[in-house]
Design a protein around this ligand. Structure first.
Ligand SMILES: Nc1nc2c(ncn2[C@@H]2O[C@H](COP(=O)(O)OP(=O)(O)OP(=O)(O)O)[C@@H](O)[C@H]2O)c(=O)[nH]1
Ligand SMILES: [Mg+2]
Length: 337
């Protein structure tokens, strides 16, 4: 029937009214209402302002008191300083191949008066003669063997002794002391925790930036360790420190130019450890200063038959090889202070 067919169809005029949605939606649903409000403000920002003023009588949008901003630490540095307030002692982990460079330039400010135990890892890769000044003030460890565990635990307990005594005096029930493990990326913070407990509880890999969040691990009835992400104070580093961190893989590879770092590193190692370079590149001239002509990435590439396009020595592959050999200890035990 033509008449009923006509009624069933919504009239074209009414359809366009619903779409424009000036008033309440026919169904009164939330989504339509919010759509209508949005539409109302879309063309005229003053309309929205007026509505706010109506909602809070006597208050204009400009006078409306802003809620105080919560003091949430935003930078890694702020998060760390905040965290350290809540622990009893800090393990400051440094790399024994470059202890000075791997210490945070603002470490005294970060740690304040908090008891601190300084731990140098990777002793098996480092030159112990160059670490004489560190022996009295730090624990120098190789996590590749079991030596030094008891001594480290004792140092941590000794550093918290006064705290434990103060708690006992005030009648507070004894609890494990909290230790925050802090250091630059890839120095061996997570490995240190695993080494202490003898199992792989925390994630470890030979690249900077593996630990992304905090993790508590009980390593002794009286000690709980907090594994933390490595902190790289990129803006505050001296050029000398940055070079050492790059050489020993303590900063992300995107932060430096591989070939340039390898070239600088080869010259540094050559001038400080000429005998090691003589063994690494037999026959290379090692007694010229400042840097012997022969000890270059080019000659290393030739010696190792790293030949690239146009039968030319491949400097990039030589740079990569040198860094791998330096970091793994294949060249020898090296410390660049
Ligand atoms: N040879 C040697 N390697 C070590 C030693 N300590 C740690 N490593 C190695 O160093 C690398 C980095 O160790 P991690 O424990 O992941 O370092 P991290 O400080 O936790 O690193 P991020 O979580 O990235 O900050 C791993 O390949 C470890 O095996 C050590 O004493 N000797
Ligand atoms: Mg880690």
């Amino acid at each position: 029937m033509p008449a009923s067919k006509g009624r069933a169809k919504p009239p074209s005029g009414s359809k366009s009214q619903v779409k424009k949605g000036k008033g309440k939606s026919p169904a009164g649903g939330d989504s339509s209402a919010s759509t209508n409000r949005k539409n109302k403000f879309a063309g005229d920002p003053r309309a929205a302002k007026k509505t706010w003023a109506r909602m809070a009588p006597g208050v204009t949008t400009s006078d409306k008191p802003k809620p105080p901003k919560p003091k949430v630490p935003t930078t890694a540095f702020q998060r760390l300083t905040e965290q350290i307030k809540w622990v009893d002692v800090v393990f400051e982990v440094l790399d024994a191949r470059c202890p000075e460079a791997s210490r945070h330039p603002r470490s005294d400010e970060i740690f304040g008066n908090k008891p601190r135990v300084t731990v140098l890892t990777k002793a098996d890769l480092a030159d112990m003669n160059a670490l004489k000044d560190w022996q009295a003030t730090s624990e120098i460890l190789s996590l590749k063997n079991q030596k030094g565990k008891d001594k480290l635990i004792k140092s941590a307990l000794a550093a918290t002794e006064s705290k434990r005594e103060a708690m006992a005096r005030r009648g507070i029930l004894p609890r494990p002391m909290r230790v925050c493990v802090v250091g630059m990326p890839n120095v061996g913070k997570s490995s240190l925790i695993n080494w202490l407990i003898g199992i792989h509880k925390t994630k470890v890999a030979d690249k900077p930036g593996v630990t992304l969040g905090n993790q508590w691990v009980r390593v002794h009835p009286q000690l709980e360790l907090l594994d933390t992400p490595g902190i790289l104070p990129a803006g505050a580093l001296s050029k000398e420190s940055a070079i050492r961190l790059a050489l020993f893989n303590l900063m992300p590879s995107g932060n430096y130019e591989l070939e340039e770092i390898a070239r600088t590193g080869l010259a540094m190692v050559h001038s400080r450890y000429p005998k090691l370079i003589q063994a690494y590149m037999p026959g290379a001239v090692v007694d010229k200063t400042p840097v012997a002509e022969e000890v270059t990435l080019e000659s290393l590439a030739r010696r190792r038959s790293l030949i690239g396009l146009g039968a030319q020595p491949d400097h990039m592959r030589a740079a990569s090889l040198f860094l791998t050999d330096l970091r793994s200890g294949r060249i020898g035990r090296i410390t660049l202070n």
